[in-house]
Design a protein around this ligand. Structure first.
Ligand SMILES: Cc1cc2nc3c(=O)[nH]c(=O)nc-3n(C[C@H](O)[C@H](O)[C@H](O)COP(=O)(O)OP(=O)(O)OC[C@H]3O[C@@H](n4cnc5c(N)ncnc54)[C@H](O)[C@@H]3O)c2cc1C
Length: 492
């Protein structure tokens, strides 16, 4: 966009949101060039609307000017979902962060997109309720972003992902219309499931301005166990054994030896440093159910190679175990300046062979790979440790990521379990969808967005990523959230 076009557009956008909330200053827009993935690209203009109506007007102005619009909530995307690769306007929701309604009788809440995931559960807690989807980033990520990616989390095993908890959306379409799909009562929905279509569409079909979600009572008891294993293969087999018993835990998370070292160094949660792997298991229910299932799970864990099974004795111990698990990605800063995280899925029974293959990749390439993941779902998160300041390492980890996703797809799985396709995996999507599949999806996209302006460059295959392309500002190297927090020197 040339300077004159930018000024003209900025003027129009400022008329809608007010001068302080639309800006194009090169220094200020630089703060919106990144998310939690290693990719970056500068927007031309950043807009911070206060209302749904303003969002719709902004989208319409951009459509008329044929300028791309990228929705950006907390920017914790690990797939480059918010990186404005084609420039244009970044829309962000810091001023749309209100819980609009808590409706206990109907088990619903209505929120604006900028509400932080954990803030909703905190607001519900005094009523004895919570919002179930709990990505490990829940202290930062927003419900708008969760809708964008169809976020999961540790408890998806029992409760499902975001789409299973959203009953309606208000959306600003590329045409500038504000429409509602679904609503308070999903059971009323007839016809096409447009809410289901929009959840997980990564900002490519419209901008979400209001969300109706299910809420549910807090479980009377949440029993959390940690089972200690000599290696990941034994732990993986135990996961299948637990599921075979017919018990469906709320969560089964796995951490390998390297992850345990990092987590323990960062959080002192009580993870055993000599373990080859641990499983974190949780069962929800009444005291009786939790006790009975907990005991059965502990027995299965022991029968399947656990050297020790510890039960959290109180809420403080339970919280400490979860704090360790949920802080695992940021704990990687203890091991390495940077990491590159993958998000593949494999059938649960393929976990042992998949983890062995990932181990072999690590041995062959010399890059350490940690595994901390949602084992119950077969949703692996290999974290490839590297140093972006070492020439060639970033390019190597991109190749390793590609290889890992290929092997997940070949195992009958998928190239994303919860982080979305975004920018990072738009080529990898070909491992699970044929050209015909992609064409059908593209037709749908064009119905919503005929000019391809909503978060362009995402989800669909495009130009391959070029890590050395000059879109990084001078002095900036790819980094990660953990590294960015610790290394101010990355910023110019
Ligand atoms: C340490 C760490 C742990 C994580 N753990 C998990 C986990 O356990 N499970 C999980 O699923 N993810 C996890 N993530 C990834 C990330 O937190 C999720 O993808 C989350 O849903 C993104 O929310 P956000 O508010 O940051 O959205 P953003 O990153 O801002 O946006 C994500 C996507 O949604 C789109 N979007 C944002 N807002 C809107 C809107 N209003 N309308 C339409 N589209 C929109 C964006 O364009 C983008 O494509 C983790 C990330 C980190 C850094």
């Amino acid at each position: 966009m040339d300077a004159a076009d930018r000024e003209r557009l900025l003027g129009l956008l400022r008329d809608v949101v007010g001068a302080p909330y639309a800006f194009a200053d090169p220094y200020e827009v630089r703060l919106y060039q990144y998310d939690a993935s290693p990719e970056t690209a500068l927007p031309d203009i950043v807009v911070i609307p206060a209302t749904a109506k303003e969002v719709a007007q902004v989208v319409k102005i951009c459509a008329d000017a044929r300028v791309p619009v990228t929705a950006r909530s907390a920017a914790s995307s690990l797939a480059g979902g918010t990186v404005p690769v084609e420039g244009g306007v970044v829309l962000t929701f810091a001023r749309m962060d209100r819980i609009l309604e808590i409706d206990i009788e109907n088990l619903r809440a209505v929120v604006q997109p900028g509400v932080v995931n954990l803030a909703l559960s905190q607001a519900l807690k005094p009523h004895g309720y919570y919002y179930v989807p709990d990505p490990s980033s829940q202290g930062a990520c927003t419900i708008g972003g969760n809708v964008g990616t169809n976020a999961g989390g540790p408890h998806t095993l029992l409760y499902g992902v975001t789409v299973n908890h959203v009953t309606g959306l208000e959306v600003a379409l590329a045409s500038g219309e504000l429409v509602q799909v679904g609503g308070r009562n999903a059971a009323e929905a007839t016809g096409y499931d447009l809410t289901g279509l929009l959840v997980g569409s990564e900002g490519t079909l419209g901008v979400v301005t209001r969300i109706w979600v299910k809420i549910q009572p807090l479980p009377p008891v949440q029993k959390t166990l940690m089972a200690v294993y000599p290696d990941v293969a034994t732990a993986s087999n135990a996961v299948s054994a637990i599921v075979r018993t017919g018990i469906l835990p709320a969560a089964i998370e796995m951490m390998d030896k390297l992850s345990i070292q990092a987590i323990e160094a960062a959080s002192h949660a009580g993870y055993p440093l000599d373990a080859g792997a641990v499983l974190l298991l949780e069962v929800d229910g009444t005291q009786e159910v939790a006790d009975e299932c907990g005991e059965r799970m502990a027995r299965v864990c022991r029968d399947n190679g656990a050297s020790e099974v510890r039960v959290a004795r109180n809420e403080a111990e339970r919280q400490a175990l979860w704090k360790g698990r949920k802080g695992a990605f940021s704990a990687m800063g203890r091991l390495s300046p940077d990491f590159y995280v993958m998000d593949g899925v494999v059938p649960r029974t393929k976990l042992p062979e998949t983890l062995a293959k990932i181990d072999a990749i690590s041995a062959r390439t010399g890059f350490k790979i940690c595994n901390v993941f949602h084992a119950g779902d077969g949703n692996v998160h290999p974290l490839v440790l590297f140093d972006a300041f070492q020439p060639g390492q970033y390019e190597s980890v991109l190749r390793i990521g590609d290889e890992i996703l290929r092997l997940c797809a070949d195992a009958g799985g998928s190239v994303t379990g919860e982080h979305g396709i975004g920018l990072e995996k738009r080529e990898n999507i070909r491992y699970v969808f044929s050209d015909d599949d992609l064409e059908v999806m593209d037709h749908i996209r064009r119905v919503f967005d005929p000019h391809g302006l909503m978060n362009p460059g995402k989800v669909f295959p495009g130009e391959a990523l070029k890590p050395s392309a000059p879109r990084y500002p001078p002095g900036y190297r790819p980094g990660t959230t953990a590294a960015l927090g610790a290394r101010e020197d990355l910023w110019v």
